[in-house]
Design a protein around this ligand. Structure first.
Ligand code: CP3
Length: 345
């Protein structure tokens, strides 16, 4: 196993730790903005292997990250199920809303692989083009987060409609969650067959679920997905990101057989290192630290590296790189992590 990222997920504590950043490809890079302006739309970028490969490789060329994440989006799954998805400039995603059994009956996973074939092609090409020591990460959204976008018809602050539907009509909501979970299982297995060497599951809105619903809508579907993917691909490492789940991360790790968890910005790494079961920890520098940059960013980074030294750690942010981030600041961060040696602080 030549990749430091995969070694760490397998349980080795490497110093310095491997590094990649969520949303490492995207609008903060001028070369992304240039290519994006030539594409017809964001989804067109995701479904054109030639372009998606190029965008995935852009941050690898600049920074030599230890892992490349497939360029795509979590919303290609609803799109492939027949729920219309559009990305409106400056407004984010807009989806056809699914709020009852009539809406649900319009969806089907019959055409899933055909629709997502360009994504599999992107992964095949990436594996050929990436250096051997750069791991290739495939990903999907978790059912709770993906279903919430479908019920809301887009992003939302509180996901009020989704949470209300889950309480008012749990049978309908549960059928939607199951459909997304089953599609996600098929999608992730196909990603592994096309060359993904690790998988990340993004449950970006896990944090809006109260403890009484967290198990049902976050833990249970993710357990089903991870168990099923590992049944056919036992060696594939899986990282989950139940963002905002706080102390419930512990229950999550005890219930879902993941190899790693990505920590959001709410965690003090001291707490995480003491309180969380021994899985690989990924994270968790605040993306805002890269906007202010400077020595404070490096101090936070040093603190994090010191606290997690000695246990399997993948350096990352607590959420995605923000569009106004200066690419030179990312370079400074990567250089700092790469030259890190343990010290006291
Ligand atoms: O570099 C990478 O991380 C790989 C690609 C990637 C994208 N989206 C590209 C993207 C990944 C892993 C995602 C995941 C994703 N998409 C999540 C989970 C992670 C998270 O951030 O919480 C979510 C919730 C989405 C849904 C989504 N996609 C939203 C809400 C938006 C609009 C807001 C925004 O950030 O622009 C997108 C669009 C999107 N996805 C862009 C990119 C590069 C910007 C599109 C553009 O160029 O205009």
């Amino acid at each position: 196993m030549s990749s430091r990222f995969l070694q760490t997920l397998a349980g080795e504590a490497l110093s310095p730790p491997p590094i990649w950043l969520m949303r490492q490809a995207g609008r903060y890079l001028p070369e992304y903005r240039e290519l994006r302006a030539q594409a017809k739309g964001f989804l067109d970028l995701c479904y054109t292997p030639e372009l998606a490969v190029e965008v995935t490789l852009q941050p690898i060329r600049r920074y030599g990250f230890d892992a490349a994440i497939l360029f795509s989006d979590i919303l290609v799954v609803p799109d492939a199920l027949g729920c219309d998805v559009r990305f409106v400039e400056g407004e984010g995603p807009k989806l056809e809303t699914i709020r009852d059994s009539a809406g649900l009956s319009r969806l089907s996973k019959a055409g899933l692989h055909e629709h997502l074939a360009p994504v599999y092609e992107t992964l095949r090409r990436l594996r050929r083009e990436l250096p051997d020591d750069t791991a290739l990460i495939g990903f999907a959204g978790a059912p709770w987060t993906v279903a919430s976008y479908m019920v809301e018809g887009g992003g939302s602050k509180e996901f009020q409609e989704a949470r209300t539907l889950a309480r008012r009509d749990p049978v309908c909501f549960s059928a939607l969650i199951d459909l997304v979970a089953e599609a996600t299982i098929d999608y992730l297995k196909a990603q592994v067959e096309a060359g993904a060497q690790a998988l990340q599951l993004f449950d970006s809105w896990a944090g809006v679920l109260p403890p009484s619903e967290f198990h049902r809508w976050c833990v249970r579907p993710l357990k089903m997905i991870v168990t099923s993917v590992k049944e056919t691909h036992p060696d594939i490492p899986i990282i989950a990101f139940p963002r905002g789940a706080g102390v419930k991360y512990r229950h999550f790790i005890e219930s879902v057989p993941v190899d790693g968890v990505s920590l959001d910005t709410s965690f003090s790494v001291d707490w995480a290192a003491d309180q969380l079961p021994k899985v690989c920890l990924q994270g968790n520098l605040d993306p805002i630290a890269l906007l202010s940059g400077g020595d404070e960013m490096l101090n936070d980074t040093r603190h994090l590296l010191n606290k997690l030294a000695g246990r399997p750690h993948i350096f990352n942010l607590g959420h995605g790189v923000l569009p106004p981030t200066n690419p030179d600041t990312v370079k400074r961060l990567v250089d700092f992590v790469r030259s890190y040696r343990p010290s006291s602080d």
